[in-house]
Write a protein that binds this ligand. Structure first.
Ligand SMILES: [Zn+2]
Length: 554
């Protein structure tokens, strides 16, 4: 990297022979047609663009770094740094490089180019914050192939890898990077067609599949057909593989026809961060949460804002008249042009006679609703549900409250109001609403205030909830100095670490918080022998923990 350097057009041509990057992305006609591989390693992916994750579609490529950190990360294009981000969550340490209409993003890094590190250190001391997110006020220009940083495992990453993203610079929408990266030196060839797992047939209330009133997963191993009686909906479970890689990826797209009429078509070309959470409306959420099955619904919930569909049928369910047969054709695609085709027959059957079932009333998603159960109540603003749904509130008088809904999540926040246990009322304790999983373990917390014996919390999921008091401050472990770092563990029982700070005497010291550890780089030179070091940690409920010791530590 050189500041104010001249562009080195053409340099990449010799340096990365075999790296034929093709294709102009259709969404982004102005973009350049070549990108440099962000690593000098053979490109192997542990995650691809558009694969289903919890709460979002994956917006880039996860590239393997041979299980280690510290692999040089190379500029994919000529450009200049438009944003630097340092966080204990998400992308961890990340660089955003702008050039040629694209922003390329390099996330979970262990460190940045020394010039960026030096600038950042100054900015952090000036702001007295290790967290950073914004454009640098100095120009850092790189040529394609220059080292801009080193790979790592920072932020929300569960093993060393590089998260690489390509965005349209104008609106920051991520684009499928494989529109550019078609081949690289040592890139795995992809001749493996996507793997089809099954067609999920989901009977509506009162309907049956294969003689039962529950969802049924058909696969070719089962036979050529399945019997359906009454209205039903469909989902497709499939994933993609690449040659020589053990990972299952998301498919690039799928096309589905029923009796020759296209009922669904989607492609993972580009995503929009503002609607990316609607993955919960695209997938069958129960199959994902309970079995990690990636089932793509063929119907579009009314509240689903994703712009990935070329064709999608509405919420109206399918039905096959008794004695009739419908043919379902499914084509699943990957980015290399491989495809898998499956055909199944849906045989219409008649429903056994049964008494008129008492059906609960679904709430109209376009209206405001208040649903109560015992002392608990929920308020659902218009549009907060993805589709009309039945919502039930239960209060079993044990201090636990259940808000039940088949949808499991909402599109936007609703309000849950529950009584505060008598012991806590007026105690001044910090209170948190806890979501409990099926093992009764805390699976989410929301800090909220008591008012008139009740606590109101804004939530975007349903489930089982309980009010607890959060009185324990974060616990800071014994400080240790090793490998150029002063580090100490920090843990919190409920609401989690929100803020932290360290000072040596009066001097603020940089304290990174990563993977449950607070650490300070000794090279900063702010620790003085004989001085008192103080470290504070505050949880989301405002409980303060601290530790004081004298430098150097024993
Ligand atoms: Zn990633």
């Amino acid at each position: 990297m050189q500041q104010g350097m001249t562009a080195k057009w053409g340099r990449w041509k010799g340096a990365v022979c075999g790296f034929f990057l093709v294709l102009l992305c259709p969404q982004n006609p102005k973009a350049q047609d070549t990108l440099h591989s962000p690593l000098a390693l053979p490109l192997q992916f542990s995650g691809n663009f558009g694969e289903i994750r919890t709460g979002h579609f994956h917006t880039g490529l996860d590239i393997r770094t041979e299980g280690r950190e510290g692999v040089p990360v190379l500029a994919a294009q000529d450009g200049q740094i438009g944003r630097i981000k340092v966080s204990d969550r998400g992308y961890g340490r990340a660089l955003y490089l702008n050039g040629g209409g694209l922003t390329t993003v390099y996330a979970h890094l262990s460190s940045f180019h020394p010039d960026i590190e030096a600038w950042l250190q100054e900015a952090q001391y000036e702001k007295e914050s290790w967290l950073f997110d914004g454009p640098p006020d100095q120009v850092f220009r790189f040529a394609m192939g220059d080292t801009i940083g080193w790979s790592g495992n920072s932020g929300r990453s569960f093993g060393p890898h590089l998260h690489f993203e390509v965005r349209d610079q104008r609106n920051q929408w991520p684009i499928n990077p494989l529109h550019w990266v078609m081949k690289g030196q040592g890139v795995t060839q992809d001749d493996v067609p996507p793997e089809f797992r099954g067609v999920w047939v989901m009977p509506l209330e009162g309907s049956e599949v294969e003689g039962e009133a529950k969802r049924f997963r058909w696969s070719p191993a089962y036979g050529e057909s399945a019997k359906v009686a009454g209205p039903f909906r469909l989902g497709i479970e499939a994933f993609d593989r690449m040659d020589g890689e053990p990972f299952s990826h998301g498919p690039y797209g799928m096309d589905v026809w029923l009796d020759g009429e296209m009922v669904h078509s989607h492609r993972m070309d580009t995503l929009d961060f503002s609607t990316n959470g609607d993955v919960v409306a695209h997938v069958d959420l129960a199959a994902w949460q309970d079995r990690r099955s990636r089932v793509h619904r063929l119907h579009r919930l009314p509240g689903n804002r994703l712009d990935i569909y070329a064709q999608v049928n509405s919420m109206s369910p399918f039905e096959v008249a008794p004695g009739d047969t419908s043919i379902l054709d499914v084509v699943v695609l990957d980015m290399a042009g491989n495809q898998t085709q499956v055909k199944m027959a849906l045989l219409g059957d008649s429903l056994p006679k049964s008494g008129e079932a008492l059906r609960p009333v679904a709430l109209d998603r376009n209206r405001r609703h208040r649903v109560t159960g015992g002392r608990a109540a929920v308020e659902l603003p218009p549009g907060s549900l993805y589709a009309d749904a039945v919502v039930t509130v239960l209060d079993d008088s044990t201090g636990r409250f259940a808000v039940e809904c088949e949808a499991r999540v909402t599109r936007s926040d609703y309000t849950l109001s529950v009584p505060v246990p008598a012991d806590f009322v007026g105690s001044g304790d910090a209170l948190v609403l806890c979501a409990l999983d099926e093992k009764d373990e805390v699976d989410g917390t929301w800090v909220s205030d008591e008012s008139g014996g009740y606590m109101s919390t804004k939530l975007d999921r349903f489930g089982i909830f309980e009010v607890r008091s959060d009185t324990l401050p974060p616990v800071i472990g014994r400080p240790q100095a090793a490998s150029g770092k002063l580090s100490m563990t920090v843990s919190d029982d409920l609401s989690g670490l929100k803020r932290w700070e360290g000072r040596c005497g009066d001097q603020w010291m940089r304290l990174a918080f990563e993977k449950g550890v607070l650490w300070h780089p000794l090279e900063d030179g702010v620790l003085e022998a004989g001085q008192e070091v103080k470290v504070w940690a505050v949880d989301a409920s405002g409980n303060l923990g601290h530790r004081t010791f004298t430098w150097p530590v024993q």
